[in-house]
Design a protein around this ligand. Sequence first.
Ligand code: FEO
Length: 382
Amino acid sequence: MISKDVKYIGVNDHKIDLFEGQYEVPNGMAYNSYLIVDEKIAVMDSVDGAFGEEWLSKIEAELSGRAPDYLVVQHMEPDHSANIDTFAKRYPEAVIVSTDKAFSMMKKFFGTDYAERRIVVKEGDSLSLGRHTLTFYTAPMVHWPEVVMTYDSEDGVLFSADAFGKFGALDVEEEWACEARRYYFGIVGKYGAQVQAVLKKLGGLDIKAICSLHGPVLKENLGYYLDLYNTWSSYGVESEGVVICYTSVYGNTKKAVEALEKGLKTAGCKKVAVNDLARCDMAEAVEDAFRYGKMVLATTTYNGDIFPFMREFIHELLERGYKNREIGIIENGSWAPTAARLIKKMFENSREITFAENTVTINSAVSEENLEQIKRLAEEIV
Ligand code: FEO
């Protein structure tokens, strides 16, 4: 129970292998849905397709014979929208409340836009349930264009759609920030400007609880979560430290990375995060790249290009508007090293990126001279 009238009716998914077809979720995933019980009853979003019956039973159990009056659809991605039509058939009197864009998507997903039984809301519109009045705030691209957030002024609850969500089911205890950061940069990271716009819009509201579509209900210390969202969406640096992301074919580039890690620590760097891009979860490496202000990329030249995992990693950063960071480079090439030049070229249209003056070029194995260069790179970065 979130308040006297607001109840949790979401589900946990421990069978999922990859969320959104790409993200590893070792602790599963939660698809949240809520009930607001007043003179009128509103259901906030549905859940993933595999959980329709479980979700409908939860609604039924909470309502003891009453039927919902409204289904508020905040987001049309199928992890939340898959059961809209099942709900509409189970409760034929209920009205679907959503944005114009969302109804167009319903037509594409379900073949109907519920023209006979819907309320189309736009920015600032309200819906009264009795004591509770819901006000709608559009949140385009957080995370799809049709998204709307909902504020219940009676209890001060913000239903925030995907924002403030995280990976992980709700029956597993884990730190919020780690999986919320990986989720944010993986899924919404590209849309920092749009997240900033929504944060500004919500700034004047008296928010006592945040109910997102994934992850726990946030009720305490809300400033902490809002501040992190502000840092992430403004591409600010969250933590002091350096992240090294590397690929290594025969272990020589890895030796350089180990020397750099040691050098950074000797030079006074308190936190060094290291990711082997061929073996780690790429979303963890992306999260680290945005978390820290300094990054070193170490990789080989391959087919006259950059080693594939590194190219893919840089592409993931660029796609998310990576900026305001310092980058150091270690390249390795046995006959024609070109990785450093190509990496710089990849970032040529990025804003506020500076490259360390010391670029290290390894020709096969790490030489004594390379070790000196790595030491200088470490000192420059720290
Ligand atoms: Fe949780 Fe964008 O769907």
